[in-house]
Design a protein around this ligand. Sequence first.
Ligand code: PBG
Length: 321
Amino acid sequence: MLIRNRRLRSSEAIRSLVRETTISPNDFIVPLFVVEGKNVKEEIKSMPNYFRFSLDLLEKEVKELWNSGLKAVLLFVKVPDDLKDNAGTEALNADGLMQRAVKTVKDAAPEMLVMTDVALDPYSSYGHDGIVENGEILNDPTKEVLAKMALSHAQAGADFVAPSDMMDGRIRAIRELLEQEKFFNTGIMSYSAKYASAFYGPFRDALDSAPGFGDKKTYQMDPANREEAVKETLQDIEEGADIVMIKPGLCYLDIVRDIRNVVNVPVAVYQVSGEYAMIKAAAEKGWLDHDAVMLEQLMAIKRAGAKMIASYFAKDAVKLL
Ligand code: PBG
């Protein structure tokens, strides 16, 4: 026996010395769901211990996150039904919920990095990420609205916009408008490889944003495809993305590694609502060790090549780190 690999595993001290991957509070982006109203903190049914906040309570939550070492949030809003239409009109309202939420976060924790979701689905009477015509999700008119939406978020004070819609050419449209309006420092985190996944169910409960007809397969990627994810991602970088994102996480770690191997921008992963729900449900039943499984999954996402993770577990995880 000339080689004994177990020597490097024989104590926690040596294991920590040789450990290739670590998790820290710096790795996380915290998704936050915002609703209208006062004093609202409602638990999302399919996401135990995860909540929608009204702006007053959002402020409190953000301060807590900042004090726990978390430095980035990703905002989503639940839009009242009567403000939804087929054009994303409310998405451009300078005094809309998202725009106010950005200001609320900045007031609560001025150094917190504020990222905003850019997509029409929470605003769409059809629950789709684009403008609908005769059952079709229109690409080019949608990307123009997305660009205006991104600009509106930047004007409200967002540091990064995060287009999650998968329309073609939207990164270029957003980047060009931001440049034109002199928002040179607004970042774009592109959901560059976003799959048409069944793991988004609980999120659509959270925002009441499930598609009213059909599915999202004409814009989100086919889970069967791997090489296409690299193509999508390289295009978004060329169009001006600062950070690229793969979504969901766990089932797509091969994609994460492929992309990490060929890009020179930071790679993010979104560990999505269904991934959160699965762990919570199994742990509730006593079938899995919640904390151990959570940390193992987060570690796996980083090991695959993610520089950062958007995760509903951020708060739970930092408590253990
Ligand atoms: C919508 C959007 C979705 C998520 C983030 N932005 C859902 C969808 O595409 O239907 C999913 C996030 C999650 O499941 O945690 N543009």
